[in-house]
Design a protein around this ligand. Sequence first.
Ligand code: NAP
Length: 278
Amino acid sequence: MSDLPRIPLAGVIGSPIAHSKSPQLHRHWLKTYGIAGHYIPMDVGSEDLEQVLRTLPKAGFVGVNVTIPHKEAVMEIADLITDRAILIGAANTLIFRKDGQIHADNTDGYGFLENLRAGAPHWNPAAGPAAVLGAGGAARAVVASLLDAGAPEIYLSNRTRVRADKLAQDFGSRVQVYDWVQAGNMIDDAALLVNTTSLGMIGKGELRVPLDGLCADTVVTDLVYAPLKTRLLATAEDMGCVTVDGLGMLLHQAVPAFERWFGKRPEVDRATRAAALR
Ligand code: NAP
C-alpha cells in the first residue's frame, strides 16, 4: 500500500438500489465542501451482505448507508450498535472503525425530527398527542424520536394490527393502538399527523384514512417523498394545516453519517434539496 492518504469511500447498500437518491445527495456535499471522496450505490443480495461489509473497509470504505432489505439484517452483523438502533430494531448507517469494528446507528428518527423542526418551527412535540399511521421500520424510528422529544401520547394505527400491538409493547404505555378502520378517529385531537405507510407513493395505493376530523392547527407530515406533495399533504394544506414533505427527512438523516465519514457537518439547504431531486 502507498503512503499517500487514502481517498475516503462511502456508499449505500440495498437491493434494488438504482432508485436511491443518496448518491446524488452525498456527491453534492462532497463537491460543495471540496472533499476528495466518493459515494457509491451497491446492489448486494442478502447472501453476500456480511462478506461485503467485512471486505469494504479493506478497500478504503469508511462506512455505508443501508437500505431495504438489509436494515434489520445488519444488526446481526454489526459489532457495536447504538441504543436508538437497538430500540428501533434496524440500522441505516454503518461506520467502519479503524479497529475493524462495524458500528451501527439509526438516524431516521433524527432526520424526521430535524425535518419537522425546519418545516414547522412552531410545532412543539409536548403540545399534544401525535397520530402515526403505519407500524413498519420507519414508524419505529418516528415513534422512538417522538417519545424522546417529549410527545405525551402516540396514537398508532396499522393495517396489520399485530404489528402495531408489537410496537406499542416495545415502546410502552404512551403508545395507544387504534384499529386501521378507526384510524380517522385518532386524528381529532392530534397535534401532529404522520404517514409512515408507503401509501400515497407513486405506484402504490392511495391513503384512504378519513381526514374530516383534522384541525387546522394540526401539523401534517408524510414520509413518502415521491410525489413530494402527496394527496394527504394536499388535503391537509386545503384544510389550513401546516404540512411538511418527506424529502427533508431523507436529507437530514444523512447529515450525521456524512459528518462521521468525511469530517464535515453538511448544511441542508435549497441547493441540497435541488441536488436530491435532480
Ligand atoms: P415497511 O417496514 O415495509 O412498512 C410499510 C408500512 O406501510 C407498514 O405499516 C404497512 O402496513 C404499510 N402498508 C403498505 N401497504 C399498505 C396498504 N396497501 N394498506 C395499508 N398499509 C400499507 O417500510 P418502511 O421502511 O417503514 O417505509 C415506509 C414508507 O416510509 C416508505 O414509503 C418509505 O419510502 C418511507 N420512508 C421515507 C423515509 C424518508 O427519509 N422520507 C425514510 C424511511 C422510510 P402492514 O404492516 O399492514 O403491511
